[in-house]
Ligand binder design. Structure first.
Ligand code: GAR
Length: 209
């Protein structure tokens, strides 16, 4: 059974769906939820699910990233995770830290990478006049929002969409995509997941005869 540590900074809705997915014949179980934000809503949810939590507040480190990451590594180590899932963890990690978990750290990003690395992804998609948006789960490398893609989910950008309406629609897909990718990844399968699945896609060019 693989052990998973989930790193969050906020509400932790992805953390919750990931954690709830790890039951039954799933090849992994949640071992730790860690936040850099002491009052992150996700910590309360994790405790309610009976998952161990840790907090490593980045603020006392005043921008000393290596010192923050040393504290992070120290807090994670006793839980001996096999896989780390970043789920709305809003700190940039150095290549040195990522290297500790090479090939074993996943991230979910709210855009169709390689488009829109970084922040404000939904507004940037709307501003660009994109017809579709979505989310990506990828293996974390030393480069921001880069690394081998393990899955993507697409949604339409609708006329009149605001950042909030688009973000909500993408988040729903995040909750489907990340658990599906984690299940495969934990079983050693890196075949990319594509959502919506073939049976949900609008049929084009279908013959009626
Ligand atoms: C999610 O939309 C996730 O994709 C995004 O933060 C949100 C966290 O929501 N992550 C990033 O922007 C990482 N660059 P959650 O706390 O409810 O899971």
């Amino acid at each position: 059974m693989k052990r998973v540590a989930i790193l969050i900074s906020g509400g932790g809705s992805n953390m919750e769906t990931l954690s709830r997915s790890m039951t039954g014949d799933h090849p992994a179980r949640p071992a730790l939820v860690l936040s850099n934000v002491p009052d992150a809503g996700g910590l309360v949810k994790a405790r309610a699910m009976g998952i161990s939590t840790e907090v490593v507040d980045h603020r006392p480190f005043k921008g000393d990233r290596p010192a923050f990451e040393a504290a992070l590594a120290k807090a994670i180590a006793p839980y001996t995770p096999d896989i780390i899932c970043l789920a709305g963890f809003m700190r940039i990690l150095t290549p040195e830290f990522v290297g500790l978990w090479q090939g074993r750290m996943l991230n979910i990003h709210p855009s169709l990478l390689p488009k829109y690395r970084g922040l404000n992804t939904h507004q940037r998609a709307i501003d660009a006049g994109d017809h579709e948006a979505g989310c990506t789960v990828h293996v974390v490398t030393g480069d921001l929002d880069d690394g081998p893609i393990l899955g993507q989910a697409r949604v339409a950008v609708l006329p009149g969409d605001s950042t909030e309406t688009l973000a909500a629609r993408v988040l729903e897909m995040e909750h489907r995509l990340y658990p599906e990718v984690l299940r495969r990844f934990a079983a050693g399968d890196n075949t990319p997941v594509c959502l919506p699945g073939p049976d949900e896609r609008p049929k084009t060019g279908e013959r009626s005869d």
